[in-house]
Design a protein around this ligand. Structure first.
Ligand code: GLN
Length: 437
């Protein structure tokens, strides 16, 4: 509602709920209203997006006391439109993970069942929206980190086409895959936020100069579209309840007169292996800046190399170190052809396959995650974690837009469906999601 401020309400709700939920790493208790179209609307921001004067930790010990001297482009745009940054949300350290269990500070709880994870890596943002602490939050998505926690928490999560939202001020994880996007209660809110945060930015050379109106198709009739789903979705360790909901989702679309075809997508099963070569390779390069010299914590030792080593080993967590090691290995001269170069080729094959499907179909659907929210501490093997990303990774590899929408429950936990669209068809993906919401 125009004219009313929700900043105080939101702070009160956070202070009441967050002791149990642990969605926030930092609450901006001094938050004030700003002038603008969205004055009085509070928004939460994932803590790997820098905020001027407000601590940004990436849920890592190495940035425990880091106060950025500038705002990320998305934050600047939000503030200019009147949004209030209400706080910084929890994540897996440097956004590497799928359950927000790899935060160096706390484990975010799923609002539907506090003994379970909220998903990840944007688990804090998803839990904050699902619990009503805020109506909207920003997340980042490298391999599913907006969509999967949105699915686990029963909210909307949208990953835009690569290049539509500036990554300036997003602490880089895997630069060729990272995108910032909204987590909200409604598709309409996600589209409105996209209008605010998107656009060309001279500070990010991968942004595209193209005017996109994300709210354009929100009232469109989508009953004439053609939709495909990979028949392989049922092969990939999918939970029974999720498979049942997915079948119902297909029937639901058909009930609206939409044509839904089952298609072959044999490349799907290579997406996890491809991603887990490419992403760590980019990590090993991007995270070299955290050396104890330029940012954050330093462990002073005799000599420069010793100082680097101690600062990094003492202040980066095990999953981050694992990825740096994998990336360093796959990029090394002796193994580059066998791993990194091959992964780049498979990325191209997967992208080509997706583009071919979009010659015939408007949208591709899958469940967002093969499973629902799992118990905190239940998963010990990183590989089990990695396999969960099977359905979300292809959109990052291909740079296409994808959204999670809630669709029913399995064992009383929310199930999410994913809709992927053609590159730059973001307004249509949002429109279609809104049409069936
Ligand atoms: N779960 C994936 C990973 O661990 C994706 C993370 C993300 O999108 N930031 O890398």
């Amino acid at each position: 509602k125009r004219g009313k401020s929700y900043v105080k309400d939101s702070l009160e709700t956070i202070n009441k709920l967050d002791e149990k939920l642990k969605a926030f790493i930092t609450v901006n208790n001094k938050a004030k209203e700003l002038p603008g179209k969205f004055s009085g609307v509070p928004i939460a921001v994932k803590d790997n997006i820098v905020t001027k004067g407000l601590r940004t930790t990436c849920a890592s010990k190495i940035l425990k006391e880091y106060i950025p001297p500038y705002d990320a482009t998305v934050v600047k745009k939000l503030k200019q439109s009147g949004f209030t940054i209400i706080g910084k949300t929890n994540l897996d350290e440097f956004a590497m993970g799928t359950g927000t269990e790899y935060s160096a500070y706390q484990i975010t709880r799923n609002p539907w069942d506090l003994s379970r994870v909220a998903g990840g890596s944007s688990g804090g943002s998803a839990a904050a929206v699902a619990s009503g602490e805020v109506v909207a939050a920003l997340g980042s998505d490298t391999g599913g980190s907006i969509r999967q926690p949105a699915a686990f928490c029963g909210v909307i999560g949208f990953k835009p086409t690569y290049g539509l939202v500036s990554r300036y001020g997003l602490v880089a994880f895997a630069s060729s895959l990272d995108q910032i996007g909204p987590i909200t209660k409604t598709v309409k809110d996600a589209a409105i936020l996209m209008n605010v945060i998107s656009g060309f930015d001279s500070n990010d050379s991968t942004t595209v100069d193209r005017k996109v109106e994300f709210t354009k198709y929100l009232d469109e009739d989508f009953s004439n579209v053609k939709v495909a789903f990979p028949k392989e979705v049922f092969d990939e360790g999918i939970e029974d309840g999720v498979a049942e909901r997915f079948n119902e989702f297909v029937k639901f679309l058909e009930g609206k007169g939409i044509k839904v075809d089952k298609v072959d997508f044999p490349e799907l099963k290579y997406s996890v292996a491809t991603y887990y070569i490419i992403a760590p390779a980019e990590v090993s390069s991007n995270l070299s800046r955290f050396d104890g010299m330029r940012y954050g914590k330093r462990n002073e030792e005799e000599g420069l190399l010793e100082t680097y080593l101690k600062s990094r080993t003492n202040n980066l967590g095990p999953e981050v170190i694992r990825r740096i090691m994998i990336g360093t290995f796959t990029l090394s001269a002796a193994y580059y052809d066998a791993y990194f170069e091959k992964a780049q080729k498979v990325r191209r094959l997967i992208t080509n396959k997706i583009e071919n499907l979009f010659d015939k179909y408007d949208f591709i659907i899958t469940p967002t995650s093969p499973i629902t929210a799992f118990k905190i501490g239940e998963i010990k093997d990183p590989l089990v974690y990695y396999l969960m990303d099977i359905f979300t990774i292809p959109a990052n590899l291909a740079g296409i837009p994808a959204i999670n929408i809630p669709f029913g429950f399995s064992n009383n936990l929310p199930v999410g469906m994913q809709i992927m669209g053609r590159k730059f068809d973001d307004p249509k993906v949002l429109g279609f999601a809104n049409y069936i919401e």
